[in-house]
Design a binder for this molecule. Structure first.
Ligand SMILES: Cc1cc2nc3c(=O)[nH]c(=O)nc-3n(C[C@H](O)[C@H](O)[C@H](O)COP(=O)(O)OP(=O)(O)OC[C@H]3O[C@@H](n4cnc5c(N)ncnc54)[C@H](O)[C@@H]3O)c2cc1C
Length: 425
């Protein structure tokens, strides 16, 4: 049994499904191969995997016709962001009203993003979703590529796209090496309820062991991303819920030994008499916890003749600023736009190189920036602590610098692919 496509996408996660939607309705015949059937029903409990998405990513979802499916399920806008350093008095406060924007972005459960993209994908006649289906072998020829599935089917295509995540099988099969390193941290994720409202604000405290973020969800819940040493992460996942809530409270509000006067007495204040940490009140309930080992990883090449990589298959970074999916979505739309403009053979190297040139520099800059922040904030040296606290406070006070960072946080800095620009009303 044989099937012929123009393009086969291997990995129907959020990035792969975005590429498929962007190619929807075109002349290109596209297959999407995904081994895991996504959850399509929505239990009341929140998924502990969520993503902070930028305005640019939201624009992509709106332009592709997938946003309404997300909004109809569950999305939470955040209007403010408060970041502070546990090792000093440095703090920064972003407020969307300073830029005349309705919000700074949205927090959305990953399963909500994926379900809405898959619903949209199903509306296009030129897209076949092969799920569950598992790739077992591949061959990149001069004129076409072949993909061998575990159920015996062979798919022929002019181009294979690997969007199969950080441990990409496609990347490995095509002999593309990666550069990077494992961090000394895992991220513990879970959903908590706090006694005070999150005020539509994303809160992040930089602790010496790693950042602790509270991302707002509907109905007063918050999604936690707590980066810490691997052993400690394992303990935090295994301990009883009540003990975890106490530890979380301490991590958010406690003073840091060795941070001296700056760390203990001069905590940034949210309102008179109330420090940032106190602003969320008591930690009341916690859902299931999970931990993810963190790493930086970058594919040495994004393309080969008849092959392209996108999303986490091409790059993985520290989640401290919630950028991994956002840059993956930027890959997705850039690649789709190049392919749509590329004529009859979407697998030729000269065409694919346009995509690589457009994305690689931006992605490397983002990976380097996140790696730099990770190192700067994990460092206990006193001069560095003064420097970063001073840097945070200066950025907070000097409007042009602050607005530059806010526009970057919205994903609106630099040249944007057409699909990431604001939709015409
Ligand atoms: C703790 C944490 C918090 C994060 N928070 C944010 C955030 O706030 N904002 C943000 O932008 N990013 C965030 N990220 C990053 C974000 O989750 C990833 O960048 C994003 O999931 C990458 O999407 P993807 O589609 O490239 O890969 P994945 O989501 O990994 O999807 C890969 C898909 O490929 C499939 N697959 C795997 N192997 C095969 C195979 N052999 N054949 C076919 N299919 C296969 C999988 O089943 C899956 O569906 C966070 C990451 C972590 C760890």
């Amino acid at each position: 049994m044989k099937h012929s496509y123009d393009i086969v996408i291997i990995g129907g996660g959020m990035v792969g499904a975005t590429i498929a939607c962007a190619l929807g309705g075109s002349q290109l015949h596209v297959g999407v191969v995904e081994p895991v059937a996504a959850l399509r029903s929505f239990p009341e409990e929140f998924d502990n995997r969520v993503s902070a998405i930028t305005r640019a990513t939201q624009n992509v979802f709106v332009n592709l016709g997938a946003w309404d499916g997300m909004a109809a399920r569950r999305v939470q806008p955040y209007r403010e962001m408060r970041v502070w350093d546990a090792g000093g008095n440095g703090a920064i406060h972003f407020d969307c009203t300073e830029l005349g924007e309705p919000n700074l972005g949205h927090i959305i459960e990953n399963r909500v993003i994926l379900a809405a993209l898959l619903d949209r994908m199903a509306q296009f006649d030129n897209i076949d979703f092969l799920c569950p289906a598992e790739a077992q072998g591949m061959h990149l020829g001069d004129e076409r590529a072949e993909l061998y599935l575990a159920d015996g089917r062979t798919l022929h295509a002019k181009l294979l796209i690997g969007t199969d995540g950080s441990s990409s099988w496609v990347r490995e099969q095509s002999g593309i090496d990666t550069t990077g390193w494992a961090y000394d941290q895992s991220a513990v994720v879970c959903t908590v309820k706090t006694s005070k409202s999150h005020r539509d604000t994303a809160w992040q405290r930089f602790l010496p062991e790693g950042p602790l973020a509270f991302l707002p969800l509907p109905h007063g819940y918050s999604s936690i991303v707590w980066s810490t040493g691997h052993e400690r992460a394992g303990e935090l996942c295994a301990m009883p819920a009540s003990q975890f809530l106490d530890e979380l409270q301490l991590a958010l509000t406690g003073t840091i030994p060795g941070a001296g006067l700056a760390g203990s007495l001069r905590l940034p204040r949210f309102a008179p008499g109330e420090t940032f940490g106190d602003a969320l009140g008591r930690m009341e309930t916690v859902g299931p916890r999970a931990a993810f080992a963190l790493r930086l990883q970058h594919a040495d090449h994004y393309v080969r003749p008849r092959l392209a990589l996108a999303g986490n298959a091409a790059h993985t970074l520290h989640p401290l600023a919630g950028q991994g999916l956002n840059i993956g979505i930027a890959d997705a739309v850039e690649l789709a736009e190049v392919l749509l403009a590329g004529g009859r053979d979407p697998g030729r190297l000269s065409l694919l190189r346009r995509y690589e040139r457009a994305r690689k520099g931006d992605n490397i800059a983002m990976l380097a920036a996140m790696d730099g922040f990770k190192r700067l904030f994990s460092n206990r040296s006193t001069p560095l602590a003064w420097l970063r606290n001073g840097g945070l406070n200066v950025t907070n006070r000097v409007a042009p610098i602050k607005h530059f960072f806010m526009r970057r946080a919205l994903g609106l800095g630099g040249e944007l692919p057409r699909l990431a620009r604001a939709p015409r009303s």
